[in-house]
Design a protein around this ligand. Sequence first.
Ligand code: FES
Length: 110
Amino acid sequence: MSFQKVAKKQDFEKNDKKLVVVNDQEILVMKVENDYYAIANKCPHMGGSLFKGNLENGVITCARHGAKFDAKTGKALGKPKILFLEFKVEDDQSYPIKLEENDILVDIEN
Ligand code: FES
């Protein structure tokens, strides 16, 4: 385990998201209700930036083709669609979060 500081709690409003870079990897850190979660920013479908998507009710929707992921676990909840075709999508990678006072730490080496 190797937790690295990525943000401060006060950087987030309720149901907010931030893009951070840890060891050259883009990580999407989200606040859902009062807890924080981290998943890979790169959509498992075709690599779209999930940061550019919409976060609502704990679900992040990829802006490119509409795949949906659980912000807490990275689990795929909705398939991407191109025109009227639906495609399979893998779950996104999620990462452990640790809070130390006002700091948010992520471990991407898990
Ligand atoms: S790249 Fe995210 S849904 Fe296609």
